[in-house]
Design a protein around this ligand. Structure first.
Ligand SMILES: Nc1ncnc2c1ncn2[C@@H]1O[C@H](COP(=O)(O)OP(=O)(O)O)[C@@H](O)[C@H]1O
Ligand SMILES: [Mg+2]
Length: 322
């Protein structure tokens, strides 16, 4: 066991954790949380396999801009779906509807059996605890240690402020170290977060999200700031974690190849409309090239540059692209 209160322990071997151990921990911690928190009903949508359902969802931003235009989709529990589309096609808007950062102008969004638009206050916060989010720019606190950044993933379930690592319960610190180990960074626990590479920072952000024990993970352009090798590493990690935890992952991406290699399904958006929805299984090169054309409308030359736009939405939380 690493004495996580002691930074000199950095050189100690990281703890090992099998997926089986992780799921046991998850169950015990969740039931502990359930005794103190008003969590949403833990049942799935009526189909029981469906984690997320959008029905006829339109988001009208005014001025003729439809962020989403009559979108109906379901995301099955434990699957990874890639949202593809040019900048402005509605990917972030769709993701924001899943955790209630935005509400539909028409239609319904149902997540883990809850009609998101009907939730307010505590019930909305409870649902959000079930939904981890990662961002293009990681949104770590740079000067803070890696381990403390991971611990902040539990803040939504703890009462009162935590002004230093030692203010987190020991069990939380240990679990954070386990999560860091899971993403391959236990040896960086006491390093400043802003001294890590982009790929490492995104892994820390994933470890932080896992501290919520999420059932859904939303990832808005998670690899758009990374080099190709780090990008594949992060996507591969998301794939593994999804399989281990039956985590439903919805991620926006710009590269068709990454979507094909790491997602089970591709949903293409154009001007807020779903223009493509297909399994990635057995896709050949010609079909992949057709995907570029479908979502961009401009032929297989790529999907344009990653978007850096921020819409200034007042309820746009976390200061990131989600
Ligand atoms: N809060 C907002 N207010 C007005 N228009 C918005 C807002 N958020 C997004 N939009 C518009 O909705 C469309 C979809 O945006 P977005 O979901 O950010 O696309 P993507 O993530 O695919 O780049 C764009 O035309 C964008 O300008
Ligand atoms: Mg976006």
């Amino acid at each position: 066991m690493i004495p996580i209160s002691n930074p000199s322990a950095r050189s100690a071997p990281p703890p090992t954790q099998t997926p089986a151990t992780a799921s046991t921990d998850r169950t015990s911690t969740l039931s502990a949380q359930n005794t103190t928190l008003d969590r949403p009903a833990r049942h799935l949508d009526s189909a029981s396999r469906t984690a997320v359902r959008l029905q006829d969802v339109t988001k009208d931003f005014g001025g003729g801009v439809l962020g989403l235009d009559d979108v109906s989709l379901e995301f099955d529990t434990g699957t990874i779906t890639a949202l593809l589309g040019l900048s402005g096609s509605g990917k972030s808007t769709l993701l924001r509807h899943l955790n209630g950062l935005q509400r539909p102008s028409a239609g319904t969004v149902s997540v883990l059996g809850h009609d998101v638009a009907s939730l307010r206050g505590d019930s909305l916060r409870s649902l959000r605890r079930e939904i981890g989010v990662i961002f293009q720019h990681f949104n770590l606190i740079g000067p803070m240690s890696v381990l403390e950044n991971v611990c902040t993933g539990r803040l939504g379930s703890l009462k009162g402020p935590r002004l230093s690592l030692m203010m987190y319960p020991k069990a939380v610190r240990h679990e954070a170290l386990d999560k860091l180990d899971r993403v391959g960074l236990a040896d960086r626990a006491f390093q400043r977060a802003d001294t890590l590479s982009g790929g490492q920072q995104q892994r820390v952000a994933i470890a932080r999200a896992l501290m919520q024990h999420p059932r859904i993970l939303l990832a808005d352009e998670p690899v758009a700031s990374l080099d190709p090798v780090s990008a594949r590493g992060v996507m591969s990690l998301l794939q593994e974690i999804s399989a281990e935890n039956r985590l439903t992952v919805v991620t926006s991406l710009h590269q068709v190849q990454l979507a094909i290699d790491f997602a089970e399904r591709i949903v293409g958006l154009r001007s807020g409309r779903v223009v493509l929805d297909q399994s990635t299984e057995g896709l050949d090169a010609a079909e992949a090239s057709q995907i570029y054309t479908s979502v961009s409308g401009i032929g297989p030359t790529g999907l344009g540059s990653p978007d850096g736009q921020d819409d200034g939405d007042p309820d746009h939380g976390h200061g990131g692209h989600a």
